[in-house]
Ligand binder design. Structure first.
Ligand code: MG
Ligand code: MG
Length: 270
């Protein structure tokens, strides 16, 4: 069912999205443990491909507007949409991995940034601040609120943490029977605006932060988004929904239960 362009899922459909979310969580777990100096981004793509297939799921990235991989691999100054290929990861790199899966026609979408060996403290901090902004955004969502409550919480969290560029050209999004649906979920803005947060809504929240300016450009491959100033970037993403009982992070292995407890947010999953 759609309400002004926004897809409202039934509880059974949300269960399918949880199944897709668990496939994504599992894939990112395996990938996190596979990242090391010497591995290529194409090898990571193969690992993700095998995992998704082994779970009886399919990829929503593969073939999306012609995208050739099942994951996006964005290294260092690459922000999002990097194409897996022969690039070899080196000690001191960071890699953002974005992964999605479909189960019974329902989608999951999540991303994480992983350090390859040792990285400087400011880079570790960039990663921590980006992940924190993601969770603060999710924590700001409650039934009866508005989409931009999330946006505002992401921005506020980042501003409190220091000087970071918040990439504005790419946003979070509604998700369900398609990977990208209305409404957009920007990573900045005033609260109290946009579609009402209701049961059956599912959103992907995905802050992208840089150590420099927020300006980006797209490489000649028409996919890879890099920072204009060459500074490094991090990207974290989860798909979540709201139930009568609280918040359910569909792409977190534990449904977000542990982190939500730390944040004082009721867990809405099972
Ligand atoms: Mg994604
Ligand atoms: Mg997304």
């Amino acid at each position: 069912m759609f309400d002004r362009g926004v897809e409202i899922k039934t509880p059974a459909q949300i269960e399918s999205m949880r199944s897709a979310g668990l496939v994504v969580a599992g894939a990112l777990d395996v990938l996190r443990r596979s990242v090391r100096p010497g591995v290529t981004t194409a090898e990571l793509d193969t690992i993700a491909r095998d995992h998704i297939r082994s779970q009886g799921a399919t990829s929503n990235f593969l073939g999306y507007h012609g995208f050739p991989g099942v994951i996006c691999t964005s290294v260092n100054d690459e922000v999002v949409h990097g194409i897996p290929g022969p690039r070899v990861l080196r000690d001191g790199d960071i890699i953002s991995i974005d992964c999605g899966a479909i189960v019974d026609g329902w989608h999951g979408d999540a991303a994480t940034t992983v350090a390859v060996g040792e990285v400087p403290t400011e880079v570790t901090e960039l990663m921590r601040v980006t992940e924190e902004a993601l969770w603060q955004g999710i924590a700001a969502a409650s039934l009866g609120g508005r989409v931009s409550d999330i946006s505002h919480a992401v921005e506020t969290s980042v501003d409190a943490a220091g000087e970071y560029g918040i990439v504005e050209g790419y946003t979070g999004h509604g998700i369900g029977s398609a990977m990208h649906q209305p409404p957009n979920v920007p990573n900045y803005g005033r609260p109290g605006r946009g579609h009402k947060l209701v049961k059956g809504l599912a959103l992907a929240v995905e802050p992208m932060l840089t150590l420099g300016s927020s300006d980006t450009r797209t490489l000649a491959d028409d996919w890879t988004v890099v920072t204009s100033d060459g500074e490094w970037a991090a990207h974290y993403e989860h798909t979540f929904t709201l139930t009568d009982r609280g918040t359910w992070v569909l792409t977190a292995m534990d449904g977000g239960e542990a982190r939500l407890a730390e944040l004082g947010i009721p867990f809405g999953g099972h």
